[in-house]
Design a binder for this molecule. Structure first.
Ligand code: AHM
Ligand code: MG
Length: 352
């Protein structure tokens, strides 16, 4: 009898295998994930040769936040939009790179049952210096039943996400995603051009010893977070302290490392960014869903990220995400020492 010599499972095979998890999805969610993985391979190819070709530098346009876009941001955005438009399942996209939601000029805008929120190339200021960047995505079933998708379809609670994931273009390229049944990671084998299951059933350690925060902003942090950071640096062998500080400045990479090793990623409110820096619907929500599915936790300091009702597609939010006991410990400090008035207030006119 023939016994196969490999036990390699490709992302495509895995998605089909898990399709039964979605009795009502009729394969549409699977197709969406496949479309995303195809765009990811194309973006990966360009990210990898960014140092070789003359693609570095400013594209000459600004995104909604007034930040200059690198050429690869624009490229990645176009690739993901093109892949999602061609699939037919996606009714529209909210992207960090576009001020407004994108509807496609084809049947999927009306017939697609899903909407996608994405940051096509997060941490892109790292590209010029050959440091890992990533793509973040989040998928919802649309709420409107007829006609084109509307902005309301994108302003759903994070707890309504049907799938979320990221691609980290690192020393190897990985796609990590969840559909609400645990988290699985796939590493791109460039020789066969396939994402292969390499990290099945990922679990974040309950407790880690890595804290990730832009400590340069320390002076502007809430009092409780200053105290927490000082505590991370304490000479306290019994509690594995001092912790290790690791901060790449690329959310996907910092989150990915902490997911595997155990740790906490913090981007609090600061005096300069009183609403936090990160975006709720395409940065914090997908990471929060993955963290929770892996046994971790994500909060804005006062509320679970997944319970915040978005008011704007580009809304900002403070983010504390990672190992459960570390997030809980940071919250103890925040609540004990910070002024409750520092609590993030979300209202329609001033969320960005
Ligand atoms: P971007 O979407 O403009 O790339 O900004 C998000 C990035 C995150 O990847 C990263 O964690 C954070 O901004 C770093 O910010 P800072 O440089 O303020 O530490
Ligand atoms: Mg980003």
């Amino acid at each position: 009898m023939y016994r196969p010599s490999r036990n390699l499972v490709t992302l495509g095979e895995f998605i089909i295998e898990r399709q039964a998890d979605f009795p009502y999805a009729k394969g549409e969610l699977s197709s969406l994930l496949s479309d995303i993985s195809i765009a990811a391979k194309i973006v990966n190819r360009e990210v990898n040769k960014a140092g070789l070709v003359n693609i570095l530098g400013e594209a000459g346009t600004d995104n909604i936040q007034g930040e200059s876009q690198k050429k690869l941001d624009v490229f990645a955005n176009e690739q993901f939009l093109a892949a999602l438009a061609s699939g037919g399942e996606c009714a529209g996209v909210a992207s960090e790179e576009n001020d407004d939601i994108i509807l496609f000029d084809n049947h999927s805008t009306v017939n697609g049952k899903y909407v996608v929120c994405m940051d096509p190339l997060d941490g892109s200021s790292n590209i010029d210096v050959n440091v890992s960047v990533g793509t973040i995505f989040s998928i919802y079933r649309r709420k409107t039943k007829n006609g084109p998708a509307t902005v309301e379809d994108f302003l759903q609670h994070g707890s309504d996400q049907v799938a979320a994931g990221y691609i980290v273009y690192g020393s190897s390229t990985m796609l990590v995603y969840t559909t609400g049944n645990g988290v699985n990671g796939f590493t791109l084998d460039p020789s066969i051009g396939e994402f292969c299951l390499s990290h099945p059933e990922m679990r974040i350690p309950k407790k880690g010893n890595i804290y990730s925060v832009n400590q340069g902003n320390f002076i502007h942090f809430p009092e409780g977070i200053k105290k927490y950071i000082k505590n991370c640096q304490a000479d306290d062998k019994a509690n594995n302290k001092p912790y290790t500080l690791r901060y790449i400045g690329s959310l996907v990479s910092d989150f990915h490392r902490n997911l595997i090793k155990g740790g906490i990623y913090i981007y609090p409110t600061t005096l300069n960014s009183p609403k936090g820096k990160l975006r709720l619907i395409y940065e914090a929500n997908p990471m929060a869903m993955i963290a929770e599915q892996a046994g971790g936790k994500a909060t804005d300091g006062y509320k679970d990220i997944l319970e915040i009702k978005p008011l704007d597609i580009h809304q900002r939010v403070p983010l504390y995400v990672g190992s459960e006991s570390m997030v809980n410990e940071s919250m103890k400090f925040l609540h004990e020492f910070s002024d409750e008035n520092m609590q993030p207030q979300y209202n329609a006119k001033s969320v960005n």
